[in-house]
Write a protein that binds this ligand. Sequence first.
Ligand SMILES: Nc1ncnc2c1ncn2[C@@H]1O[C@H](COP(=O)(O)OP(=O)(O)OP(=O)(O)O)[C@@H](O)[C@H]1O
Length: 237
Amino acid sequence: MTEPFVELSDIFKDYGTKNILRNVNFSIQAQEFVAFVGMSGGGKSTLLRLIAGLEQPSSGTIKFQDAHPVVRVMFQNDRLLPWMTILENVSFKSRQPEQQEEANRLLNLVGLEALANQYPSQLSGGQKQRVALARALMAHPQLLLLDEPLGALDALTRRQMQDLILKICREQRLTTILVTHDVNEAVRMADRIMVIRDHTKRFEERGSSKNDPAALGIAADHVLHDIMDGEGIRDGN
Ligand SMILES: Nc1ncnc2c1ncn2[C@@H]1O[C@H](COP(=O)(O)OP(=O)(O)OP(=O)(O)O)[C@@H](O)[C@H]1O
């Protein structure tokens, strides 16, 4: 087994006297697509922030294979700058021809090349998330963290974005973590699902049925059962 892309060991996170994460242990291999699912408030986004390095755990370690991995986060809110065009939002207004070229290439990749000179207010929610995805890719991340990025989209647009994200993650060989409330989305997209059970605050592992569409509904039911059920708890891995 190769060294994991990232390894979390004995992670605890408290805010004041409130314990959010307890004894989280698991690792993610390079190019894996992992989903975090669980009840609202269960600590999924907190764990994502710890992995992103935006916050520190109260105790425990997060060890990356590469000492300084390039990490980008995509949120539910697209966070585009309204006064910049789509191209400028992706290229960070760089005047360097290579940067411009790369931004155009990425807009092409997400199917928005025709809208490069429009402003965010002229785009639909789904189109704005495509821009946010292109902008995240601009940094050539090794790790892409997706914090409910499709939560505000209608069902059809959401499905299209799921396919686009999967295709891009595969092509660019990204390691990806998706936080989602949508169990079907997790089952459909992820190689592996980490379920957080609310009252134990522990993450558990679940396989997914990405390669077996017929088993999708059954797998989703199992994950839902895991989220709600308190029996048979085991630590981390
Ligand atoms: N900076 C903070 N200070 C204090 N408490 C916090 C802070 N950030 C998050 N929390 C608390 O930590 C808990 C977990 O929040 P988190 O956002 O990680 O959950 P989540 O599983 O991502 O929820 P959701 O699915 O609703 O986004 C919540 O009870 C939240 O109120």
